[in-house]
Design a protein. Structure first.
Lengths: 326, 314, 268
């Protein structure tokens, strides 16, 4: 598939602060791509580099084959859905959505027709006369989406677009965004710090840490086959086993990752000293000390709950202990 | 979906190219924006201030009365003569008294407006401070001429209440008293207090509004009585506002020449001295030297205020 | 829980404070109708509308009013341009010297008016510039900049950043962004700043006494009457009209900026 966005050794430094530091990335056309990482990891700066709000201090950015450096945002056919939506407070919903067409010089009747179509698409038909301040958070989110999509961008950039919504609405919007992307077939690039969001929506995920991409792959890769301890810890809250212990129990000199749900109680396995037990509803989380390392185990409903302070035996399938490559 | 290029080059023309240039060099845009105001204020205002400063180092020839354009400290020596020095001391004392008075009267108004006034009353209090602040300075001074006049409302009030003897006894006190209130230092003080009071209230109100209610509740929760909360929590937090307000009341009183000219005794203040020396006396160097005094005083005052963190409340 | 009712003492003190600020101005309204024309006698011996007619017929009042309106209009326009440019620059970026610029804008109003006045006068003297209509405007515009600046800079801060980026992202270049996003969002703040600048200039007397030659603005006219009273009832009527005229822009500015930020009046 042809490349939509390509980063080659891209850096964005502010003095000594390396917001983005030597990032290589290739996003394919039509892909739903997530940039995942904690705050300050460089994911938002990378998005802003694509949109043109920032300029790289080193490296090359290609947008659909064109060199993007030196190109102002208004000359890039990519559109952004901002974290706080950035709807124009002085314009009503219709004029907000039609803004891009207006500055492009489209006639009023024509651009209002397109705006109505875009609003219908996000299920806000008939809301055109309202002011953004009269809308709920979820509705503003949809207006921001319609305002970006009405310009028929080659790629849509979404900066934590669901961050301000409550849980239920967030889950609903996740599905809608996903089906929207499928039906439009354009590239979606999505920034989030929520691993669940990234895993459930994206075709591919790039995990950012300290200005660099530490792993890129499908959600399954990221979740089950983390390459570095950071990914294992950040994405899945996996148990990370240091090389010293991996040498003893597996005979390899590398970090290991073990999902909490893969750990279970057994009669003869590893000694585990129970430090804390928390009831989570569908399961129970047990925090333990195993071979001197902190480890957690998720017990399904109905399982016998160990007493805090007791020592129990835990096991796992050999396959479930993933050996990290770095 | 129509096929669109990833790069749009529809914005040609001069404006488009200029926009691109400004986008590429944000510094150029800032420079172009800042140039006109910086030139105006830099040349006209700062230039004038330097002209003033320069004048204060010239002197007036005692015989011919002409200004000698040569560097000298003679004018500053003249400034420190007892009669002139008295003017400076008198002005500073008045400015301090006005500041103190404004803080005492202004604080309850600001406190009530910030803490208790809600809805309609909030707007009323806000406008209640803004309208006097912005209404005509001269009219405000004039209204006090009406109030303080011998045949005016205040005397009438004292007479009606059979308290005329009290007023007369007060006016008999030297320095602050006088023939009538309108020609006494007390009158000058009252008018200064009146015209500059709103300048004290607004910053105090701003600083009090920034104190979260939960902080007062926390203090009460920890066992402080309301008076203790006021003393140990509210007052320290409002202090920067008081200092910010005092910058205005102090500075404005230091430089005023109209209020003491219209209401007050014959004892002069710095502003009057400046006005008189530059006007009828034609001694611009001495007027300039006098004008440097408030600048120096304010510089010291601002330096102290800055160390107290008062600028956050401005 | 603390009760949310104010203590009585505070209520009384606050009310007295407000009354202290307003009663003297109200007194002006009473005096405009008095029949007494030689002294400031209270209570007024009688009520009349005669002095309104007398004032209406005075050409010197009309000339002073006309000059004040002209000076205030032109100074406001200059202050609007300079103040907006300055606010735009200061709010846009953290450039070197932005604190200096803020200080420079505020200085003409932070320093006592007499300093601004005598500085300008000595500069005009040194540069051999004769006093005229334009020297008055020069002074007024200089201290009016801060009022526009204060109003505009707060609003600019809210508009900057995201909305500008959103506009450019949607294909608008710098000029389109200014025309369609920035200007509509700062318009009311500019209008409010302009009104306050107008009120400030219309009322200014201290700087004007130093920068005016033979010209008489309305405040200068009033000052003359205060120092050397000629016809007191006319002064009373003019004072009342001035109060009414200056209230309008202040109320206007208040309603324009209500609920967004405080009218930046601290820098008068």
């Amino acid at each position: 598939m042809p490349s939509a966005i390509r980063f080659s050794g891209v850096s964005r430094h502010y003095g000594n602060v390396k917001a983005v530091d030597g990032v290589d990335m290739d996003i394919a056309e039509g892909e739903f791509f997530a940039m995942l990482g904690p705050s300050g990891s460089g994911k938002t700066t990378s998005l802003r580099l694509i949109a043109g709000f920032e300029q790289p201090t080193a490296g090359d950015i290609h947008i659909f084959g064109h060199v993007a450096q030196g190109l102002p945002p208004y000359k890039r056919n990519v559109n952004t859905v901002f974290q706080d939506y950035a709807l124009f407070p002085h314009l009503n919903v219709r004029d907000n959505v039609a803004y891009g067409l207006m500055v492009a010089g489209q006639a009023k009747a024509e651009r209002y027709r397109s705006a109505e179509r875009a609003l219908d698409m996000v299920a806000l038909g008939g809301y055109g006369d309202r002011k953004p301040s009269a809308l709920s958070g979820g509705q503003r989110q949809r207006v921001a989406l319609a305002r970006a999509l009405v310009n028929e961008p080659k790629a849509l950039l979404l900066d934590e677009p669901l961050g301000a919504l409550d849980l239920k609405l967030r889950e609903q919007m996740q599905e809608e965004l996903k089906s929207l992307q499928r039906s439009l077939g354009i590239t979606f690039i999505f920034v989030t710090h929520d691993q669940g969001e990234a895993l459930s929506m994206a075709d591919r995920v790039a995990v950012f840490n300290e200005g660099r991409i530490v792993q890129t792959g499908t959600p399954e890769d990221i979740y089950y086959r983390p390459e570095v301890p950071f990914v294992a810890d950040f994405v899945g809250s996996s148990n990370v086993l240091p090389p010293e212990i991996m040498r003893d129990i597996r005979g390899v000199d590398a970090y290991g990752a073990l999902r909490p749900e893969a750990v279970r109680r057994c009669d003869a396995g590893h000694d585990a000293w129970v430090r804390n037990v928390s009831f989570l509803g569908a399961s129970t989380r047990v925090s333990m000390q195993v071979h001197g390392v902190a480890m957690t185990m998720l017990l399904p409903r109905g399982a016998e709950i160990p007493a805090v302070g007791s020592t129990i035996q835990v096991c796992w399938q050999q396959d479930d202990l993933h050996v990290m490559s770095r | 979906m129509t096929e669109q290029s990833a790069i749009m080059d529809r914005q040609g023309g001069l404006m488009g190219r200029l926009s691109d240039a400004l986008w590429r060099k944000p510094g150029l845009l800032i420079f172009l924006l800042i140039l006109p105001p910086a030139l105006w204020l830099g040349i006209i205002y700062l230039g004038s201030l330097f002209a003033l400063l320069a004048q204060s180092f010239f002197s007036v020839d005692e015989f011919s009365g002409l200004i000698q354009y040569e560097f000298t400290l003679k004018t500053y020596r003249e400034l420190l003569r007892p009669s002139n020095f008295d003017i400076i001391i008198r002005t500073v004392v008045m400015a301090a008294a006005v500041t103190l008075g404004a803080a005492i009267i202004g604080f309850p108004v600001a406190y009530y407006a910030a803490r208790y006034a809600r809805g309609k009353w909030r707007a009323i209090f806000y406008l209640g401070v803004m309208l006097p602040l912005w209404s005509s300075y001269l009219v405000k001074v004039y209204s006090w001429k009406l109030i303080l006049a011998k045949e005016g409302i205040l005397n009438w009030l004292f007479e009606t209440l059979r308290l005329g003897w009290l007023l007369n006894a007060y006016l008999a006190i030297p320095v602050i008293g006088g023939n009538s209130l309108s020609v006494s230092t007390t009158g000058t003080f009252l008018v200064f207090l009146y015209v500059w009071l709103p300048f004290m209230i607004l910053p105090i109100q701003a600083s009090l509004e920034r104190v979260p209610l939960s902080m007062l509740e926390a203090s009460g929760d920890l066992g402080a009585r309301p008076a203790q909360t006021f003393r140990h929590v509210l007052l320290p937090l409002a202090l920067p506002g008081v200092i910010a307000g005092s910058i205005f009341t102090f500075s404005l009183t230091l430089g005023d020449y109209i209020v003491p000219q219209i209401i007050g005794s014959s004892r002069r203040f710095i502003g009057q001295a400046v006005y008189a020396y530059q006007g009828t006396a034609g001694n611009i160097p001495l007027a300039a030297a006098f004008a440097v005094v408030p600048i120096l005083l304010m510089a010291v005052y601002l330096w102290i205020a800055k160390r107290q963190g008062a600028f956050d409340a401005l | 829980m603390r009760s949310d009712r104010a203590p009585l003492g505070l209520k009384v003190a606050a009310t007295c404070g407000l009354a202290f600020m307003h009663l003297p101005i109200l007194l002006i309204f009473v005096y405009a109708f008095t029949t007494e024309d030689k002294s400031y006698q209270w209570p007024p011996p009688g009520v009349t509308l005669k002095w309104f007619a007398v004032t209406w017929g005075r050409t010197d009042v009309w000339e002073a009013l006309g000059l004040s309106l002209q000076v205030a209009s032109i100074s406001t326009v200059i202050a609007l341009v300079l103040g907006t440019l300055c606010a735009a620059a200061v709010s846009r970026t953290r450039f070197f010297g932005r604190e200096t610029i803020s200080l420079l804008v505020i200085l003409p109003i932070a320093l006592p008016g007499i300093i601004t006045g005598i500085s300008l006068r000595s500069a005009f003297n040194l540069a051999d510039i004769p006093f005229s209509f334009w020297t008055i405007v020069l002074g007024h515009a200089t201290f009016c900049v801060v009022v526009v600046y204060n109003n505009a800079v707060a609003r600019f801060r809210r508009v900057s950043g995201n909305l500008i980026e959103a506009s450019m992202d949607l294909g608008a270049n710098s000029f389109q962004t200014f025309r369609y996003v920035i200007l509509p969002n700062i318009a009311t703040a500019l209008l409010a700043g302009g009104m306050l600048a107008f009120a400030l200039s219309f009322d200014e007397v201290i700087v004007t006494t130093f920068t005016a030659g033979q010209q008489q603005t309305l405040p200068i006219w009033m000052l003359e009457e205060l120092v050397r009273p000629r016809e007191r009832p006319v002064t009373n009527v003019v004072a009342m009209v001035v109060v009414l005229v200056t209230f309008l822009p202040i109320l206007g500015a208040y309603y324009l900026t209500r609920g967004t930020e405080t009218v930046a009046g601290q820098g008068k």
